[in-house]
Ligand binder design. Structure first.
Ligand SMILES: [Zn+2]
Length: 445
């Protein structure tokens, strides 16, 4: 088996700082050796800057990329934003969905994202009729990730009601399987691959009746798959859940077996101390999406308290109005500062772990997200030669990356040993801005 060697000027191998002159040896899709303080061999590919494990985007809705700008024209609330989102959801065909996801995932690759958790609920044709292939929309996404050169965990989402006790209506009809058993039948027909994992999601307690939750959690259990759900993003969700069930969303999910080490709660914004204890004790990962949470005026979730209680942290771009995990990482810390009037809740290394190792674990890829022998050869290099990062000192590289880097500073991206981004250019999608422009135009109603 041929060995490809990469020489990183600096690399983060875990811990609070970077190592220098790091030689990474790769066979097929795996890292086989990592040596520090080496001399650069002539045949090694030179990674100039700081190399990190590939970034995991814990929560994405690819089609929301078409909303960028459109949902920013006016004010309103989460609930008026949702109506704008439905307008795009109502119009997408499988081909348009593929093209939009392919371009969006190519944008993610350029941002250093090597694995995406796609929270997918746009299952059926307009009106709710299944396509001839009932998984045509899901397969559009896994194909799109393959075409863009990144890994995907397709979190196929059970979405049955328009609100607690409300029928699906209008564009929502596309989201619905008749019940959770029918959802499970459909999802069981999906097959993973080297680059794609199949996982489960409950949209939220708004969208899955209490008596249907267990079918979804049982499916995830049986397939040892990740299980994701939106949790308490809005106060109205908590109020409606308490009114209908006499329990808060986290209590209801706990009662039906949805919390645990393979589970991820997305947002977790409006929580009580009891909710925080439930999530922490069960080791449920919490995926924060700060650029979306501030965009939608959700509020600031108690990320630090959740971590202190035992909940691992991951990060997501969610609505894809911004695709930049450095911004999500610093957003998590900086929002906490605004809420607490104190600095320094997370180390830069802890935030990078959320974007790499912890993020991959929550998507069912525990073999990715670290630079070590045996791990998948997924890594990204951030250049230090931009105006943002020029002058970065060796002892503070991780801090510079978390607090000043942007997606535009990513120069090299390797996924499974294959160079997907080379010197800032995508190697599989010729012109990513053009692909985005075309796909967004095609997607809009
Ligand atoms: Zn979401």
């Amino acid at each position: 088996v041929p060995v490809t060697r990469f020489f990183a000027d600096h690399a983060w191998l875990g811990g609070d700082t970077t190592s220098s002159a790091v030689l990474i040896e790769v066979e097929e899709d795996r890292i086989t050796a990592v040596h520090t303080d080496t001399v650069r061999p002539a045949d090694a590919r030179h990674l100039r800057g700081v190399t990190l494990p590939g970034l995991a985007n814990g929560h994405s809705h690819a089609f929301h990329r078409a909303l960028r700008g459109r949902t920013h024209r006016s004010g309103g609330t989460f609930w008026t934003w949702r109506e704008d989102m439905y307008a795009v959801a109502g119009a997408l065909s499988p081909d348009a969905y593929h093209d939009l996801a392919r371009a969006t995932y190519a944008e993610m690759a350029l941002a250093g994202i090597t694995c995406v958790g796609e929270f997918h609920y746009l299952h059926h044709a307009p009106g709710g009729r299944p396509y001839a292939d009932p998984n045509a929309m899901a397969e559009a996404l896994t194909t799109a990730a393959h075409d863009a050169g990144i890994r995907i965990t397709l979190l196929d989402t059970c979405y049955l009601t328009g609100g607690l006790g409300q029928e699906l209506r209008g564009p929502q009809l596309r989201f619905g399987d008749a019940d959770a058993a029918r959802w499970a039948d459909r999802v069981s027909r999906l097959r993973g691959s080297e680059h794609a994992r199949i996982g489960a999601a409950l949209h939220s307690v708004r969208a899955v009746p209490a008596d249907q939750i267990k079918t979804v959690t049982a499916w995830a259990e049986e397939h040892a798959s990740p299980l994701h759900f939106h949790l308490s993003e809005q106060r109205a969700e908590n109020d409606a859940c308490v009114a209908a069930h006499g329990r808060r969303p986290s209590e209801l999910l706990d009662e039906h077996g949805a919390l645990g080490e393979r589970s991820t709660a997305v947002h977790a914004t409006h929580l009580t101390g009891g909710d925080i204890r439930l999530l922490g004790r069960s080791r449920t990962t919490v995926c924060m999406c700060p650029t979306t949470e501030r965009d939608l005026a959700d509020g600031i979730g108690p990320a630090r308290a959740l971590a202190d209680a035992g909940a691992p942290l991951s990060l997501g771009s969610d609505s894809n109005a911004v695709v930049d995990l450095f911004e999500e990482a610093r957003g998590t810390e900086l929002h906490e500062r605004l809420a607490s009037e104190r600095r320094g809740h997370w180390s830069a290394a802890a935030l990078l772990d959320a974007a790499t190792g912890s993020g991959h674990a929550s998507l069912g890829w525990p073999q990715a997200g670290r630079l070590a022998p045996g791990a998948l050869a997924d890594f990204v290099t951030v250049g230090l030669d931009s105006v943002r990062l020029a002058g970065t000192q060796p002892g503070t590289q991780l801090e510079s990356l978390v607090f000043a880097a942007t997606a535009a500073d990513v120069r090299q991206v390797v996924v499974g040993g294959r160079q997907v981004v080379l010197d800032g250019r995508h190697t599989l999608v010729d012109d990513v801005p053009d692909a985005l422009a075309r796909a967004v135009t095609e997607a809009l109603p």
